[in-house]
Design a protein around this ligand. Structure first.
Ligand SMILES: *Cc1c(COP(=O)(O)O)cnc(C)c1O
Length: 399
């Protein structure tokens, strides 16, 4: 059956929450996908920063199959070995002492919000996040998200969330009240248009938290797990958060999320205060163990940094050639955006559709930047191939 037949069947059934590209993906390998019509794509989105080791990375597939044939699920009434192994790896390679496992980014942020409130003195519950941020689609994480379009129609949202103007430390400090317990931010806003937070800004936020006795929560759901060239993005800013959330690339495609914290904060989660039936599922954890080990292997993260620089340089060249459409690249490691001009922004959706037709998967983030999230195993040759498609499309839309 063709793409179109499956799309027609699906469209009659699914809640209409997604604007999807017209492809039914059937197979993936490395940086390539194939659809039901046999068309091939070069995937520069990785399932939204998820399949960082590429599609169907054989060691992950093997770990999944082995674990699925041994033990699929028991709940957290019992211990399992892969969960412990994964927690050991995350703790050994981060600031954290303890881990809570869940199934998605929104759930990891929900856990972080609950822990921040629980670990704070009574009467302190308010969390300040930043304008332009994205923290998930559950009610509390929607409330934390600093973009109005995600709030509309869902009011009343849970109380205790405020949004500070992006990049303004004084305005952020002015919003702190005796009820504030934490500041929540992404070290680089992914959905918000691949917008990095300056080093001094992040350090200033850390200092504000210290001065006012607030917890600092980093949402690294998109930028954690090697995406920026370090295992966690915070490592590059000379500061340490109190709570860190992960999901997307953690399981390389299996759903898993995690919330990490230092002992003195984590101690607030006592038995019965939080839980998840599926959280830390042994199969997802077995996949994540392989993902983390692969990223920690000699040279892997240095390669991400080098390839990220290469992609950024190529995007900057393109921006120089087409100044009417694009301004420059921005990003860290292999999360790169091509910032578009006002004229370029109008064409953003058309550019992304054009790339799709030419077999390159990318998207338009925050209505401002073309976003590229290739698998971290992408080669320079594949980056060149993507750039050739992008350059040809720019020539077409500019002409
Ligand atoms: C994707 C994302 C989330 C939500 O993750 P889900 O797994 O879709 O719930 C939260 N925060 C950030 C920064 C994200 O990019």
């Amino acid at each position: 059956m063709s793409n179109q037949e499956w799309i027609t069947r699906g469209d009659a059934l699914f809640m209409q929450t997604y604007g999807r590209f017209p492809a039914v993906m059937v197979e993936g390998r490395g940086c390539r996908l194939k659809d039901a019509d046999g068309k091939e794509y070069l995937d520069f989105l990785s399932g939204i920063a998820v399949c960082s080791l590429g599609h169907c990375y054989p060691p992950i597939t093997e770990a999944i199959c082995r674990q699925a044939a041994t033990l699929l699920h028991v709940s957290n009434l019992y211990y399992t070995m892969p969960q412990t192994e994964l927690a050991e790896l995350l703790v050994a390679n981060s600031f954290a002492d303890r881990v809570f496992f869940c199934n998605s980014g929104a759930e990891a942020n929900e856990a972080a919000i609950k822990l921040a409130r629980k670990a704070s003195p009574a009467g302190r519950y308010e969390i300040i996040s930043l304008e332009g941020s994205f923290h998930g689609r559950t009610l509390a994480t929607v409330a934390a998200t600093g973009q109005k379009k995600f709030h509309e129609g869902f009011e009343p949202l849970p109380e205790g969330f405020r949004h500070a103007p992006f990049g303004d430390l004084a305005a952020l400090e002015a919003m702190i009240t005796p009820a504030t317990c934490a500041i929540l931010c992404e070290p680089l806003q992914g959905e918000g248009g691949v917008r990095p937070l300056a080093r001094e800004y992040l350090q200033g936020i850390r200092a504000l938290c210290d001065r006012h006795g607030l917890l600092l929560l980093f949402d690294e759901v998109q930028v954690g797990m090697g995406r920026t060239g370090s295992l966690f993005a915070y490592e590059q800013f000379g500061i340490v958060p109190d709570i860190l959330t992960l999901a997307k690339a953690l399981g390389n495609g299996l759903p898993i999320g995690a919330m990490l914290a230092a002992e003195k904060v984590a101690a607030a989660f006592t038995p019965g205060t939080h839980a998840s039936t599926f959280g830390g599922n042994p199969v997802a954890c077995a996949a994540a163990v392989v993902a983390v080990r692969t990223m920690l292997a000699e040279g892997f993260l240095a390669g991400v940094t080098a390839k990220g620089r290469y992609l950024a340089a190529r995007l900057d060249e393109l921006a120089q050639r087409y100044p009417r459409l694009a301004v420059r690249s921005r990003g860290l490691g292999l999360i790169q955006g091509l910032l578009l001009t006002d004229q370029g922004k109008e064409l953003g959706p058309r550019i992304v559709q054009g790339l799709f037709r030419q077999g390159l998967l990318a998207n338009f983030a925050g209505n401002i930047a073309l976003r590229f999230l290739p698998p971290l195993i992408v080669t320079e040759a594949e980056i060149d191939e993507a750039m050739a498609i992008l350059t040809a499309l720019f020539a077409e839309v500019a002409g």
